[in-house]
Design a protein around this ligand. Structure first.
Ligand SMILES: CC(C)(COP(=O)(O)OP(=O)(O)OC[C@H]1O[C@@H](n2cnc3c(N)ncnc32)[C@H](O)[C@@H]1OP(=O)(O)O)[C@@H](O)C(=O)NCCC(=O)NCCS
Length: 160
């Protein structure tokens, strides 16, 4: 659905802001997220076709980015909060199962940090469930500091 298990030998990794040109791929990725048991810990908004269309068409202050491997949409990233008036954006990330464990998630995180920095952010925050060890490990390796909680989720902060 979102690409092969094995990508070409020299995978071209790109990130780009999602636009209406991506809406078919985004609908497919959202359908995959909706049925992925590992995404139970990732619920920033509903993963419906309607939401995919809305995000592909969105042109506001927040940022919705895609991770593309050889041109195929394999990841979804968000930097939200600017539109609501916050100075520090909240980051969210999903990488399709066939693209995990290969370093692309870290590259995607770095691209999200760069995009936040280009928007003038000096810090990024995120929330993660303490049992989402894979995500926690990714964030800790990138330098996020976890020293507060929001209910059951831990809040991570990274200075850019
Ligand atoms: C979270 C997510 C983006 C991480 O991407 P990934 O490609 O799977 O991450 P990696 O395979 O690079 O693993 C990250 C780290 O966790 C480690 N790890 C992998 N599986 C693990 C497990 N079951 N338990 C503990 N650590 C694990 C890896 O070894 C790696 O650490 P290392 O760099 O020290 O080797 C991806 O798994 C995903 O999209 N998950 C579903 C959505 C989600 O949970 N989003 C985050 C919400 S806060």
């Amino acid at each position: 659905l979102t690409g092969p298990d094995v990508f070409s030998e020299r995978v071209v990794v790109t990130t780009a802001r999602l636009t209406p040109a991506h809406h078919d791929q985004l609908v497919a990725l959202f359908a995959e997220i909706a049925k992925d048991a590992t995404s139970a810990r990732f619920h920033p908004h509903p993963f419906t076709a309607e939401q995919a269309y809305a995000i592909a068409a969105y042109q506001g202050e927040d940022l919705y980015l895609g991770l593309f491997l050889d041109g195929l949409l394999c990841g979804y990233g968000m930097l939200r909060g600017w539109e609501a008036g916050y100075v520090v954006p909240s980051l969210g990330i999903y990488v399709a199962p066939n693209a995990r464990g290969k370093g692309y998630s870290r590259a995607f995180m770095r691209a999200l940090h760069d995009a936040a920095g280009q928007r003038g952010a000096r810090c990024v925050r995120l929330k993660v469930y303490p049992d989402n060890l894979r995500a926690l490990r990714l964030y800790e390796r990138l330098g996020y500091i976890f020293d507060s909680e929001d209910g059951v989720q831990r809040i991570g902060l990274l200075s850019l």
